[in-house]
Write a protein that binds this ligand. Structure first.
Ligand SMILES: Cc1ncc(COP(=O)(O)OP(=O)(O)O)c(N)n1
Ligand SMILES: Cc1ncsc1CCOP(=O)(O)O
Ligand SMILES: [Mg+2]
Length: 513
């Protein structure tokens, strides 16, 4: 596809904000799990505007497709012209293209109104097994659409059909198919292996003409998979519209689909074999965190300084000086943990700490108090199992703020993810005097929680210069750092202690790479 805009200009007047825009050219699904409806929801969830050209209207539900009414070709052309001539489309995504004439019209429209990228989901058979585009269409796909496409996203059956019936049974076959499809003309190919048997993971093959990537995501056990193909392609289109590179768009889209399937696995809509899922992550318990993906950087957890007023008082340091010294020494995130302060005192201190942390670009989280975090515009909160539930904290704080949750068990870790947390704090790893009656998990307990967690983890509890290296060397990939209180703040020099701990962590991290 030509890499240029359509040149349409907005009306004069005040400065305008350009919104990333995907046009989907696809069929309507009355059950709203797939097709146009899935595309609109996926784009909305990814924060992208979605316009629509409807190629067919289907009567369909969770049982199957009961009827298809193809939109007349000249009216598909009219819809395309209406949107492409006026609305600053960045990316076109195609789904059900039910006739050779419609493929031809799309081809001509895109020549007349070039867009930045074309994502082709070569829909042929619905997930219920109903045919949505017959074999007669294959040659026009191959000759007209594929050579224009920036990416095509066939499943195994579609890839096989596009390659004249080539059998696809293994990951090696998928690699060969991706290369053969690439030779037809699309710039990138994603062959989706979700239908491959005998695998715990869903394996897709991405080929960009040079490198072949094997992309894995966990296979979610759920009946609610209707519309995954449309959703994946729309999400790729949405990420491209926002400016992502192709590989990154594909990875984000896979992660998004995995997240919504996991999140929606227990919802119940319709009596058929295959139900829809919840693109907006709302139906289950009313939270919406899909568009927050990527706002928290897990590497912030590397050296997590948790403050303690009593300790700083003991050493005669104002809190802001202690925090500044910790940041100068290498702390990558700070948590203000005030167990005894009155609300107003806490808020004043929090405001000062936000100021100092922001000047260094280091996030500041508030322990326990969502109200204080909101009032001082901190970067987020850390809550424990008896504090405000993370799900409610997310609702109160909105999608942008960071939420950490203390977890001691795999079940708590799973719940934290469902509730929309960004990371978990796991401990006490070692005995500590800083928190009373806190059970010690040991390195084995820490590992078990890390392995069960889809979120990044920071270890806490009794961690200091003598054991931080062993914690990091457990080598679990989502263990991103250590959180410490006394090893930094119950010491004479916060700066020297933080520097020393930072150096130890760097050394340990280099060992596990
Ligand atoms: C990073 C981090 N992890 C765990 C905790 C403990 O939180 P919680 O269980 O709520 O206990 P208190 O800190 O509130 O006493 C934490 N604060 N930070
Ligand atoms: C707040 C908290 N949560 C679990 S252990 C702990 C205390 C950590 O303090 P220290 O680093 O001094 O052991
Ligand atoms: Mg707490």
């Amino acid at each position: 596809m030509a890499m240029e805009g359509n040149g349409a200009s907005v009306s004069d007047g005040a400065s305008k904000t350009k919104i990333p825009h995907v046009l989907t050219v696809a069929g309507s699904d009355s059950g709203a799990g797939a097709g146009i409806q899935a595309d609109i929801k996926a784009c909305a969830a990814r924060g992208v505007y979605c316009s629509t050209v409807i190629t067919a209207v289907t009567a369909q539900n969770t049982v199957g497709v009961q009827g298809v009414n193809i939109v007349p070709e000249d009216f598909v052309a009219e819809q395309l012209k209406s949107v492409l001539s006026d609305m600053q489309v960045d990316v076109v995504k195609t789904g059900m293209l039910p006739s050779i004439g419609i493929v031809k019209i799309l081809h001509e429209s895109l020549r007349e109104f070039p867009v930045r990228a074309l994502v082709v989901d070569p829909v042929m058979v619905s997930t219920s097994g109903d045919v949505l585009a017959g074999p007669s269409i294959l040659s026009s796909f191959r000759e007209e659409l594929l050579p224009m496409a920036d990416i095509i996203t066939p499943n195994i059956k579609e890839a096989s059909a596009l390659l004249g019936g080539m059998p696809l049974e293994t990951v090696a076959d998928m690699r060969s198919a991706a290369k053969a499809l690439h030779a037809i003309g699309p710039r990138n190919v994603l062959v989706k292996g979700g239908d491959l048997p005998d695998s715990l993971d869903a394996i897709d093959i991405f080929f960009d003409g040079k490198d072949c990537h094997e992309l894995r995501s966990s296979r979610i056990k759920t009946r609610n998979t209707h519309g995954t193909g449309c959703t994946l392609a729309s999400c790729i289109a949405a990420e491209l519209a926002k400016g992502s590179s192709m590989l990154s768009a594909v990875k984000v889209a896979k992660h998004y689909v995995e997240t919504v399937l996991e999140y929606s696995k227990d919802i119940f809509i319709g009596n058929g074999r295959q139900g829809p899922f919840d693109h907006l992550l709302r139906l289950k318990n009313g939270i919406h965190n899909s568009h927050r993906q990527g706002t928290f950087n897990p590497s912030n957890l590397f050296l997590y300084a948790v403050t303690d007023s009593q300790m700083n008082k003991k050493w005669g340091r104002p809190m802001v000086d202690a925090i500044e010294a910790a940041i100068e020494g290498g702390a990558t995130i700070v948590q203000l943990r005030e167990k005894d302060a009155e609300t107003r005192e806490f808020l004043e201190m929090a405001k000062a700490c936000v100021g100092i942390c922001r000047s260094y670009g280091v996030p500041l989280l508030i322990n326990d108090r969502v109200d204080v975090a909101l009032a001082c515009d901190a970067d987020g909160v850390h809550v424990g199992q008896s504090d405000m539930p993370a799900r409610i904290a997310r609702t109160l704080l909105g999608p942008e703020k960071i939420i950490g949750v203390s977890c001691k068990t795999p079940e708590q870790a799973q719940q934290a993810w469902i509730d929309g947390a960004d990371y978990i704090g796991c401990g006490g790893v070692y005995p500590t005097n800083t928190k009373a009656n806190n059970p010690t998990l040991g390195l084995d307990g820490l590992k078990a929680v890390c392995l069960a967690s889809k979120l990044p983890v920071v270890a806490i509890g009794g961690i200091n210069a003598s054991n931080a290296g062993s914690v990091m060397e457990t080598g679990v990939s989502n263990l991103k750092g250590v959180a410490v209180v006394s090893a930094l703040f119950d010491r004479e020099s916060v700066l020297a202690e933080t520097r020393n701990l930072h150096a130890i962590l760097m050394e340990a991290a280099s060992q596990v790479k």
